[in-house]
Design a protein around this ligand. Structure first.
Ligand code: GDP
Length: 298
């Protein structure tokens, strides 16, 4: 995760450290290199622009030049700005909003292959570890394999799975599952919806109608970090139509660049809530901007 970006930023910092005096010229040179490093990491160019402008504004102030350890002050400015674009310090948004009148309804959305079904299982595991009862719903009615996959996950977790292989009505399945969750006093209902290879109108219609039918507390968009800016653009299109409440970024373990992670919050305006860091059900973390910034800076 972030290996290249980490190396490059650290090279910029150590170069700065070697300077006898720090002036605007050194700072501008360092900023140029940070900018290059971010662009090479596939960070959205508008995000890079905002980032560099903000760092420049703070770094060219008296604080850096007057400090006895100007390179440290510069690193701190970069760190703070990273935390900001990742979601900010005061990051209460990242928590899943639990409904005081259970079940809390969570809808998963995303393209096929993004890791939606796996993340539904990971999320179920996350809540079950907190002693909450979970019902998983197989809402991808077009692919029997997706229903099988969710049922396998359910067996692995010891979690109930609601499915209806006869039905061709995803909206009704979600409604029936909600009624079932209420009847069986479940704390959490996680609805896995159908994924497609690209955004299409029928899929969006179905998800929008499902959302209207079950009035979810959370709509989580699942994006594959390895697809970089494509993940960001798809997240933005989904969000424009579906008004997601948060994002799960999967396959962070396979993403050496980090462009999606660093851009998705700024571009969509929606918080990153979880990251997937492997195929196993436990390879899943709640997202904290400050921890992520520390990983990036190493
Ligand atoms: P869906 O079509 O969106 O439901 O995607 P799946 O949940 O079936 O996942 C597609 C593939 O990605 C599977 O092989 C998963 O094991 C894998 N996958 C999902 N999340 C992660 C992750 O965080 N890291 C890695 N390395 N693989 C993942």
């Amino acid at each position: 995760m972030f290996t290249t970006l980490n190396d490059k930023l650290n090279a910029v910092f150590s170069k700065l450290k070697k300077q006898v005096r720090i002036d605007d010229e050194n700072i501008n040179e360092a900023l140029k290199q940070v900018r290059m490093a971010l662009l090479e990491a596939d960070v959205n160019f508008k995000v890079v622009k905002t980032f560099i402008n903000n760092v420049r504004e703070k770094a060219l102030g008296e604080e850096v030049r007057k400090s006895l350890t100007p390179d440290q002050v510069f690193i701190k400015i970069v760190n703070d700005e990273l935390v900001d674009i990742l979601g900010g310090k005061d990051y209460k948004e990242a928590k899943i909003k639990l409904n005081s009148n259970p079940p809390t309804v969570i809808m998963m959305a995303g393209l096929q292959g993004s890791g939606k079904t796996t993340s539904a299982g990971k999320l179920a595991n996350f809540f079950m570890k907190q002693s909450k009862s979970v019902l998983l719903v197989a809402g991808d009615i077009y692919r029997p394999a997706a229903i099988d996959q969710l049922e396998t996950l359910g067996r692995q977790l010891g979690c109930d799975v609601y499915s209806d292989r006869e039905s061709k009505d995803a909206v009704k399945i979600a409604k029936d599952a909600l009624a079932h969750a209420k009847k069986t006093a479940k704390d959490i209902l996680i609805i896995d919806t159908a994924g497609r290879l690209h955004i299409d109108e029928n899929l969006m219609n179905e998800i929008v109608r499902t959302k209207e039918a079950v009035n979810p507390d959370e709509v989580l968009f699942v994006a594959d970090a390895m697809t970089g800016q494509d993940a960001v653009n798809v997240a933005k299109s989904f969000n424009d139509m579906l008004d997601a409440t948060g994002i799960i970024l999967t396959k962070m373990d396979g993403d050496a660049r980090g462009g999606a992670a660093l851009s998705i919050k700024e571009v969509t305006g929606k918080p990153l809530k979880f990251i997937g860091t492997g195929e196993k059900l436990t390879e899943f973390e709640q997202f904290y901007p400050d921890r992520m910034a520390s990983r990036i800076l190493g």
